[in-house]
Design a protein around this ligand. Sequence first.
Ligand code: PAZ
Length: 326
Amino acid sequence: MDVKNGLGVPQETLDAEVKSFFESAPPLQNRDDISGKLEEFVERNSAVSGNGRGRRVVCVTSGGTTVPLEQRCVRYIDNFSSGHRGAASTENFIKAGYAVIFLYRRGTYQPYCRSLPEDPLVECFEITDESNIQVRQSHAEAVKKAITEHHAAVAEGHLLKLPFTTIFEYLQMLQMIGVSMSRLGANAMFYLAAAVSDFYVPWKNMAEHKIQSASGPLDMRLVQVPKMLSVLRKDWAPLAFCISFKLETDAKILLEKADVALKKNKMHMVVANELSNRNEEVVVVTANEKISVRRDKTQVGDDVENHLIRLLVERHSAYLENPDDL
Ligand code: PAZ
């Protein structure tokens, strides 16, 4: 077997699986619209400024992908992720001077809106008389902060939000973003916090209509999703600084799995986290180090992402100075 890519599969097999995934995926409905927005965003942020470089741009992925079981989808398999990590990280990257492409699952946490109640429209606002609506005093601070900071990030061209639901949408959009950001060279970063399906039903094998329960037990074959992270590194954006995440529920295997992911996918860093304490602590795994990053419990409202993004920004700076050192 001619194994060339460290993934345990011949490169030709991986290429064929990737090709088959994209050829059989239902085409994105709004591909032209996404492509136009992406081009404009990357172009604007690649303009050279006083530092002799363009702005650094990071693609933050957030939330879980779904795997539809029927083409006219009624049922699907989901991946757990609230999107809190992605939303908090986006705010921190923008604060650090990055432009962010936020590729997120519809309905998950959004940057600058994390502290709003679950149903902000009915909880934050009240009707004072027939024609006037006002913000409730109890939520005034949070609403003001959300609106001002969000509007500023979008108006200044530092935040582009692109939603997905299915694994088909997610990977097609990630490919578009990868190819578009490749022109930024090492100024580009990928921060892949989304929980991405490992298995899927190829579109051509999928039932068109709702699967009927009268037909008895459901026997369905799921195919492995091709290892797209290695394709991102090798083909889509080879110079970008890439960070992926590894989530486990069993602490005993977490760091070993993160190490394997680092090597197999040729990531620059892998952030390892355990489901139960993911908001308290993560471990950043590199080729030579395992760095524990924790939330400061003594500071009200502190998030682990405040510390994590600071570390990643530093490492990205070092990578820009010396791309071969990592
Ligand atoms: O979205 P969230 O804040 O609830 O959780 C974040 C996370 C656990 C989904 C993320 O940190 C992560 O590990 N993503 C990758 C998951 C995976 O191994 O596929």
